[in-house]
Design a protein. Structure first.
Length: 49
């Protein structure tokens, strides 16, 4: 018995894994920054007038 029987499920799983690798590679997880700093910039207070 095979784990993934249909071609659709097989290609969906391969596409999901490949897309996840591309996203993590584009975010540069090995550069020492935390994941939240790369997705959302740090908050800064506005100056008062």
């Amino acid at each position: 018995m095979r784990l993934i029987k249909t071609e659709f499920a097989r290609f969906f799983a391969l596409g999901f894994a490949g897309g996840a690798l591309l996203v993590f590679g584009a975010m540069g997880l090995g550069n020492g920054h935390s994941l939240s700093d790369t997705m959302v910039p740090p908050a800064e207070a506005a100056t008062t007038h």
